[in-house]
Design a binder for this molecule. Sequence first.
Ligand code: SAM
Length: 370
Amino acid sequence: MAAQTILFDFTLDKDKTADEEGRQQVAKILRNELEHLFPQLELAYSMESPENGYFAVLHENKDTVVTCRIFQHGLLTLNVEYFLPDGKEPIISFDDLLQTGRSLESGLAIKLKAKKAQKLPTLKRGDVSRYFPASDERIIEYDIDKVVFEARSPFQKIQIMHSKTLGNMLLLDELQNIAESDLIYTETLMCRGVENYEGKEICILGGGDGALLYELLKENPKHVVMLEIDELVMQTCNKYLNVICGDVLEKRKTDQYEIIVGDCVEYLKKFIAEGRKFDYVFGDLTDIPITDAPEGETWDFIRTIFEHSFKVLKADGKYLTHGNGSTCKVQLRLFEEQLDLLRPKVKFTTTKAFVPSFMEEWLFYQVTFA
Ligand SMILES: C[S@@+](CC[C@H](N)C(=O)[O-])C[C@H]1O[C@@H](n2cnc3c(N)ncnc32)[C@H](O)[C@@H]1O
């Protein structure tokens, strides 16, 4: 069951909507068009303001509500909304909509000389969320057919959604983290086939989905320690994401690895004090890592993580992490600026991969002492 929201927009000549008289004229023509297409529609409310243009609400037997705005800048928007119970056919079929869109487009184009008209894809709003943002905040619609698990830990909202093509997906605070389809994410992060992990000491910051730990253990490292703050993320992934984490989250300590539940910064400080060193440190944290540090910019906290990580790296060690979507030029520049601020100085290389569940290309960093 979901509310269906259908958005149309029309670009008109600016002169036609610049003043009240013009907008009233446009509104009249629009109403005539709507009455023709949806004979049951009644005008429930309308308002005209010099600053905000024209606004109207129309409804059809109180089922379908249409809101309309005519902006003074030459834009006319039309939002159609109705509720669709489970198993019911849409009141307005896709074909009807296209037809309606076309009719509106041609009707208005002829009568108002509309320069452009478009119908956006129908938004479905209800118990299953389907829309999540890409790294550059574009809206991505996933083919989610089931909410498998949903809970709030003391740190974040944890969801496992099932996508028809990507399998189970882990979302933290409504951001996509990893899915069953994403081996390429882990392999690109660890530079599989390029780095040699055999006999190496490794530290993972975050990584609660267990995928990185699972893949690293296949490469015979000497020991891996994973610092993950959220016990519930691990329990959830152990239950619903075995495809990518195997059974590594079953046990917290073996000869090959140890999972410590806590804030990675606190444990990094402890390792620094003990003089503990690693060949590799992985930053596999959420894009905005969890911190209870008072105030401060996210970038300051991310730099703190870098600084502490480099203090536990051997002289020839490597810090490997994900950056951001490759279209996020500003974020990537800020990320690289933080690396430039580090002392002793560091240098980096990057790799790229198209991550299926992100539906975009991501950049990964390999950082070493300069
Ligand atoms: C699930 S992993 C995966 C990251 C990922 N692939 C992505 O898209 O960002 C991220 C983990 O970082 C953990 N995390 C965030 N802040 C942390 C902190 N300060 N210390 C330890 N773990 C942290 C989260 O709990 C989460 O489980």
